[in-house]
Ligand binder design. Structure first.
Ligand code: FPP
Length: 244
């Protein structure tokens, strides 16, 4: 039977989708509003996208909420974003749990305030037994920073005699990354028309498929995600090999 082009292809679809949620500032600016207005609108899209993942058979969703470079923004914007994350977590905690979503955070927690860290810990703990969509939120995350922190821990294990340097291969480092329990992303999406990966999941995305779309993050929808998943299902992933 021919495939219905409008039906999401569960079997061929991505298992892990990672999203660089870009364009909140421009979305707000276009409406003559402050940048934080755009971030609030962006936060509202997250729940809809998590729900869409469930319908599309996407088991893992990883979203880039705050990068190690985002501290360079104005103090007002940084404080507003941190406040938004705290409010979002407290407000959405129950709903995410009720929807069987398992939430994890990746990134370096050292610069985050204690109240936010406690909320992150609580949400991870509350949802630890859930087996629905795995939502990973990257907060104070940078791919290079993650690899540097992982290397430090790996070097400590070598120094303590727990790891033989001769046994270090490309299977070793991923066990030290923040994402150690997650599969690599199959599809990385960046909204807002920028075609760069901005330090997101550098190691993990070596063989990911990419979609750079013009939509600004607050306008992203479940329908657009479904379309990108259908397009992914038509791609020929060879992982460097040749199909015979
Ligand atoms: C990039 O848009 C977006 C961010 C740096 C923040 C992302 C945050 C959210 C979507 C909010 C909520 C997330 C959670 C998990 C509650 P930009 O500000 O760089 O946009 P611009 O390029 O148009 O200026």
């Amino acid at each position: 039977m021919p495939k219905d082009p409008d039906t999401p292809q569960r079997t061929d679809g991505p298992r892990h989708v990672a999203i660089i949620m870009d364009g909140n500032g421009r979305w707000a600016q276009a409406r003559g509003r402050p940048r934080l207005f755009g971030h609030h609108a962006g936060a509202k899209r997250v729940r809809e996208v998590v729900e869409a993942c469930k319908d599309l058979g996407i088991r893992y969703l990883t979203i880039f909420a705050f990068s190690t470079e985002n501290w360079k923004r104005t103090q007002v914007e940084v404080a507003g974003l941190m406040n938004l994350f705290r409010r979002y977590i407290s407000k959405e905690m129950r709903a995410l749990h009720d929807e069987n979503v398992r939430v994890r955070f990746i990134g370096d927690r050292v610069r985050l305030d204690q109240k936010l860290i406690t909320l992150m810990d609580d949400l991870e703990e509350l949802t630890a037994g859930n087996d629905g969509v795995n939502l990973t939120i990257a907060l104070n995350y940078g791919g290079r920073d993650e690899v540097a922190r992982a290397t430090r821990r790996l070097a400590e294990d070598v120094a303590e005699g727990k790891l033989d340097p001769l046994n270090v291969d490309e299977e070793t480092l991923p066990r030290y990354l923040d994402t150690r329990v997650l599969p690599d992303p199959d599809l990385v999406i960046r909204t807002s028309g920028e075609a760069r990966i901005s330090n997101f999941l550098l190691w993990q995305s070596a063989y990911a498929e990419y979609e750079f779309i013009d939509t600004l993050w607050p306008d992203f929808s479940a329908e657009e995600l479904a379309r990108l998943c259908r397009s992914y299902g038509r791609r020929d992933r060879r992982f460097g090999a040749v199909k015979v």
